[in-house]
Design a protein around this ligand. Structure first.
Ligand code: ADP
Ligand code: MG
Length: 426
């Protein structure tokens, strides 16, 4: 039987927010990763994927629960685990060789064997001849090869990667994926398992043999899907598309719940997807164009949108009840169809009705402004309240989104000179 490498039991992570508030990011995560597994972790933006990976690496501690590596619990950095970051994280004043050697700084090896191992890895990752180059002389793809090299030179038992390809252009990313997959499938690296965070479903199904899908607010594991397809995989083949479709369905499942559990939705101030009203209206028009019911995955592909860009739009349209999402398909609701066919003015009215019925934050802002005789309130008043719920950065985004939607609906707007939000309805 394959050895168990990583175990997470009842892992919970909470981040503190201004005031005495806190947000649960990860709730009760249970996960076991064994030898020979290549696990892809998928989930909406901000769901906690990076947090989860950092907890596995031992870079941050969970508030509750246990993390073990080869049955050892202990805290702090786990020897045997290597990590590749999205942002490359290279030292600009060090050469390629020196950056790769950094991966060995805590290893008890002679300088000569460190040198030899680093050179071997540089060769393996296709950077032969660039040993003396500095990061600024390298392309993005080459930088990420160095990032990968620094992790591989440690000969990690478990390799963790946080969206390692997302900062690269498509062709460069494809090349690097293929090269890494070759090292892995041909067992040219001693690494026993790989855990990769990604927002590319296709990327996950191309590379991994298991997909773990997270929900959001807080993150729970909502699906654990085996991908039993031999390498190299044909992205056009039926079994490939079926797995992609299945993951798409799971990822869009929470949107179904928005619609069916309206009361649940109104209980707490759920986050608005930070999507401009223009993107939203464009999307609804497009849906009306392409027909009654479409496969979300195909639609995303057709628009060549990343999941990261695409899901929030779907999410927003669903929150406002313009669309219904079910089993990976999306269709316009009656209101959605009406909206698509309406005049500019009617659209604004419909939009106003929908946000006033479905978005708690907008409802509260409107109520506050209506209660004031001058219909105005300092922007800080709202950003303060929202900070307590979402943290400062997200609070500003939420307020921006609310104002964008409010302005489109001619409900309220923002006056830059006085820094106030004011009621626009008459
Ligand atoms: P993902 O990688 O899935 O996009 P993250 O793990 O980066 O998600 O973040 C999950 C949530 O936790 C987000 O809402 C983010 O704003 C919040 N978060 C992340 N790091 C911190 C931190 N150090 N303090 C407070 N909140 C944080
Ligand atoms: Mg992340």
């Amino acid at each position: 039987m394959a050895d168990t490498l990583i175990t997470l039991q009842g892992v919970q992570k909470t981040y503190g927010l201004p005031g005495n508030n806190s947000a649960i990011v990860l709730a009760d995560i249970n996960l076991t990763v064994k030898e020979h597994e290549f696990v892809a972790i998928l989930g909406p933006s901000g769901s906690g994927k990076s947090t989860l990976l950092r907890i596995i690496a031992g870079l941050i501690e969970p508030n509750q629960g246990l993390v073990s590596y080869r049955n050892q619990t202990g805290s702090g950095f786990r020897e045997g685990i290597g990590m590749v970051f999205q942002s490359f994280a290279l030292f600009p004043w060090l050469t390629v060789l020196e950056n790769v050697k950094l991966g060995l700084q805590y290893k008890d090896l002679s300088p000569q064997s460190k040198q030899n191992r680093a050179l071997e890895v540089i060769d393996m990752i296709g950077l032969d001849g660039f040993e003396g180059a500095y990061p600024k002389e390298l392309s993005g793809g080459m930088k990420q090869r160095v990032g990968l090299g620094r992790a591989l030179v440690m000969e990690p038992d478990v390799l963790l990667m946080d969206e390692p390809f997302s900062a690269l252009d498509v062709l460069t990313a494809e090349n690097l994926k293929r090269d890494l997959l070759e090292l892995w499938t041909e067992q040219r690296i001693p690494t026993k398992s790989i855990i990769m965070v990604t927002h590319g479903i296709e990327e996950a199904v191309y590379m991994a043999n298991r997909a773990v899908v997270l929900s959001r607010d807080p993150a729970r594991i909502i699906a654990d899907i085996a991908i039993n397809l031999p390498h190299w995989r044909d992205k056009q083949s039926k079994p490939f598309v079926e797995v992609v479709d299945k993951i798409y369905s799971v990822l869009t499942l929470h949107q179904e719940q928005h619609v069916s559990y309206k009361e649940e939705k109104m209980k707490k101030d759920i986050k608005m997807p930070n999507v401009r009203s223009g993107a939203l209206t464009g999307f609804i028009e497009l849906l009306e164009d392409v027909g009654v019911k479409v496969d979300l995955y195909k639609l995303g592909e057709q628009l060549s949108l990343d999941l990261e860009e695409f899901l929030p739009i779907v999410d927003a349209a669903s929150l406002l009840e313009f669309v219904r999402v079910q089993a990976g398909d999306i269709e316009l609701t009656a209101v959605g169809i009406k909206f698509a066919q309406a005049t500019v003015l009617q659209r604004k009215e419909l939009f106003r009705e929908q946000i006033l019925q479905n978005v708690p934050i907008i409802i509260k802002i409107t109520a506050t402004l209506r209660s004031k005789s001058n219909g105005r309130m300092a922007e800080e008043f709202f950003s303060n309240i929202l900070s307590g719920q979402f943290g400062e950065e997200e609070a500003l985004q939420q307020l921006n989104t609310a104002i964008d939607w409010g302005r489109y609906a001619e409900l309220f707007a923002y006056d830059e000179h006085s820094g106030t939000v004011y009621l626009e309805e008459n």
